[in-house]
Design a protein around this ligand. Structure first.
Ligand code: PGA
Length: 254
C-alpha cells in the first residue's frame, strides 16, 4: 500500500494477560512478524508485563507502549507510574486519554495535555485518543466534540511535539462492540481532525501527524480502513489479544 505516512498499528491489551500469557503472545507475534518493515508495530501490555515483553522483543521489529502514565515525574502519587519508570523498560509510546479512562477515571483534555507534555519531555511518543459517543454522533455533535478534544488535549505542545504525537480516532460506539465506522465515516473524521491540527498549527504539521483508527478493527476490515488517505494506522483492542489476528491485521494492511 502506498501511503503518505508510515502506518503505525498498536495493540492495546487493556487489563488482559498475565506475565506468562504476555510472554506467549509476544513470542507468537515475533514469529508472525519477522520480516515486517512497512509498518511500525507497537504492543501495549499492562504495566506488570512490560518488563517481560520488553526483554522478549529486544531483537525484533516490535516496539513497546504503555497504556497510561502520570503527568508527574515522581512523588506522592500512590498507584501512579512515571515516565522515567517506563523508560527503564524501553517504552517508546504511551496511550493517553483512552475513552475508558475518560469515562471511568474522569480524565479530561486538560489532564491529557499535561500527560502528553510529560511524555514528550521524556521522549515517549503519546498516542492521544479522541472520539465521540453514540449519543454525540446521533445529536450531530461529532465535529464539535473532536474539535474540543483535539484543541484541549494538544494544548501547550510545540509544533515539533505535535508532529511526533499520534492521534487515535476511536468512536466510543465502535470500541469492543463489533461495530466499525464505515470507510466514509472514518475518512471524514480523520480529515476533520487533520484540519483541526492545521488550524492549531499549520498544514505542514498536520500532514506529518499520524492518525490511527480504533474501534473493532479486525483482519477482515483492516485493509479497507488502512487504505483511506487520512488513516495512518490502527489502535486495536480485542483483536490484538491473539497473535494470529493481530498479525493478520498488520499483514492485510500492507
Ligand atoms: P477494540 O478496542 O478493538 O476492542 O474495539 C479498541 C480500543 O479500545 O483501543
Amino acid at each position: 500500500m502506498d501511503k503518505e505516512r508510515k502506518l503505525i498499528i498498536a495493540g492495546n491489551w487493556k487489563m488482559n494477560k498475565t506475565v506468562a500469557e504476555a510472554h506467549s503472545l509476544v513470542s507468537g507475534l515475533k514469529r508472525e512478524l519477522t520480516n515486517i518493515k512497512e509498518v511500525d508495530v507497537v504492543v501495549c501490555p499492562p504495566f506488570t508485563a512490560l518488563g517481560e515483553v520488553s526483554k522478549a522483543i529486544i531483537d525484533s521489529n516490535i516496539r513497546l507502549g504503555a497504556q497510561n502514565m502520570s503527568e508527574h515525574n515522581f512523588g506522592a502519587y500512590t498507584g501512579e507510574i512515571a515516565a522515567g519508570m517506563l523508560k527503564e523498560f524501553l517504552v517508546r509510546y504511551v496511550i493517553l486519554g483512552h475513552s475508558e479512562r475518560r469515562q471511568y477515571q474522569n480524565e479530561t483534555d486538560e489532564l491529557i495535555s499535561k500527560k502528553a507534555l510529560t511524555a514528550h519531555v521524556a521522549t515517549i511518543k503519546p498516542i492521544v485518543c479522541v472520539g465521540e459517543t453514540l449519543q454525540e454522533r446521533e445529536g450531530n455533535h461529532t465535529q464539535k466534540v473532536l474539535e474540543t478534544q483535539i484543541k484541549g488535549s494538544l494544548a501547550g505542545l510545540s509544533k515539533a511535539q505535535v508532529e511526533e504525537t499520534i492521534i487515535a480516532y476511536e468512536p466510543v460506539w465502535a470500541i469492543g462492540t463489533g461495530k466499525t465506522a464505515t470507510a466514509s465515516q472514518a475518512q471524514e473524521a480523520h480529515a476533520f481532525i487533520r484540519k483541526q491540527i492545521a488550524k492549531l498549527h499549520n498544514e505542514t504539521v498536520a500532514r506529518k501527524v499520524r492518525i490511527q483508527y480504533g474501534g473493532s478493527v479486525k483482519p477482515s476490515n483492516a485493509r479497507e480502513l488502512m487504505s483511506l488517505p487520512d488513516v495512518d494506522g490502527a489502535l486495536v483492542g480485542g483483536a490484538s489479544l491473539e497473535d494470529r489476528s493481530f498479525a493478520d491485521i498488520i499483514k492485510n494492511s500492507i
